[in-house]
Design a protein around this ligand. Sequence first.
Ligand code: HEM
Ligand code: HEM
Length: 457
Amino acid sequence: MYTPETDPDSTKYLVKAHLTIAIAWLLFGALGGLTLAFRLISPDFAEILHDVTWLNFGRIRMFHTHTVIFGWLSNGFFAFSYYAIPKLVNRPLFLPKLARFNMVFTQFALMLGAIALLTGHAEGVEYAEAPWWADVFFALAFVFAIICNLGTVFTAGNVGQLYVSVWYLILGFTFTALNFIMANTIVAHVAPGAAGAALSGLWIHNAVGLWVTPMGVAIAYYLLPLNVNRPIASHKLSLIGFWTLAILYPLGGSHHYFYSPVPWWLQVMAVPLTSALIFVVYTVVYNFFVTMKGCWGQIADNMSLRFLAFGIFSYIITCTQGPFHALFSVQRVVHFTDWVVAHAHLALFGVFSWWIFSFIYYVWPKLTGQEMRSKVLSEWHFWLTFVGFYIFYYIPDTMAGLMQGFFWLRGLPFIDSLVASQPFWIPRAFSGVMIIAGVVLMVINMWPCEKQEARSV
Ligand code: HEM
Ligand code: HEM
């Protein structure tokens, strides 16, 4: 049986390198988020930064989303795919030298994008703002990653039935290659006005739904059975969840542009197509819950399982909230408010970042041959992350969003809604400090110490 841990020319280095760099990007990105949060609560702080153009709000906001989505989450997903695919198809990685080269090349492309955004070179496509000369390198890096990952799957010969995580990884890689190229060519340079906006909605939607979601769900499908030591409860439900995601998800992208000049029929159609996604999500989550039946007690000691399980809960909340705020009556209140920012963080941080943390706690001891340094540090990481995010970020920001929406509906001056948001934004800044502190503790916990026994593989 092939295992990356015992392969001499192994992918172990790749997994470690991608994870280490992912965490560095997370820290950079989170510092960006913290700067934004402080700018919004302290006019004095904003005044100090006033003349530093590369630290202005717009640039840091783009830097923040670029670093967390592509630097943190995507490097985390690459680490997972390089670890899991060879194991799941029982074959060493295809073209490992290309993958090693690409590990560095990807960071170069991302760095170029980050520098471009901070120096004011941006395109008007949300979450794909980096200019074309940085995109070309990232697109190439992505193609190399596809060659290595999917090459491993397709050269593995007859491996029988592919494991469900592999389906999701294939989906994520294939759709995203097409989606990224569409966003950075047609949306950025060709499609005008409302047509461009509709396609931009499609890009954002697919970036979160057909990149982040399948890659993250692949992690959950991989880690859950290993952590609870039993197979996934229902293969049929996995199939239903997978195909409904692949078929239904791309159809609802215009829900990002409700009440905009996008054709009305497209907006109306987006409502039922978005609501239908609730079945996709509940199928997956039900499958996870049945698999976990009787094992909940284990989350007390198993940090990987704990992050995974709490991520599943956040997934339920995100994906129940999603169809709800896609209703026109709810959109009238929450569109453009902090409600959406809270939803975005719940999904990208509360679900997918936690699933990557779960992967780190699972895989790091196997890769280094050492246990994490201390259970206490893991507990601190978890509680700072959990309390920091839910109590200090998600709940206040969601309330701020509702309040802003009602202020605007009543036609009150915009500035009044900003002033009224202050008490909700102050905790958000604290949340940033807590989340960053939690990640730093995780890094300390991962730091090698005197030789210990490796965990069994
Ligand atoms: C069934 C599940 C989901 C539904 C129905 C849904 C629906 C929506 C809708 C309607 C919006 C637009 C809100 C507005 O602009 O007023 C939105 C925004 C957003 N969603 Fe979701 N969502 C779901 C799950 C997710 C997941 C899993 C992710 C992440 C992987 C995600 C990430 C985002 C982000 C980042 C935004 C903000 C986009 C922007 O700033 O333009 N959502 N979601
Ligand atoms: C230290 C923790 C963090 C803090 C304090 C923070 C803060 C912020 C702030 C203040 C904004 C701008 C909101 C606005 O324009 O009004 C923002 C946007 C955003 N952040 Fe974060 N953030 C943090 C971590 C993260 C992480 C880890 C992720 C993803 C993994 C993330 C993803 C996003 C996204 C996608 C947006 C755009 C939201 C939208 O357009 O609706 N953030 N963040």
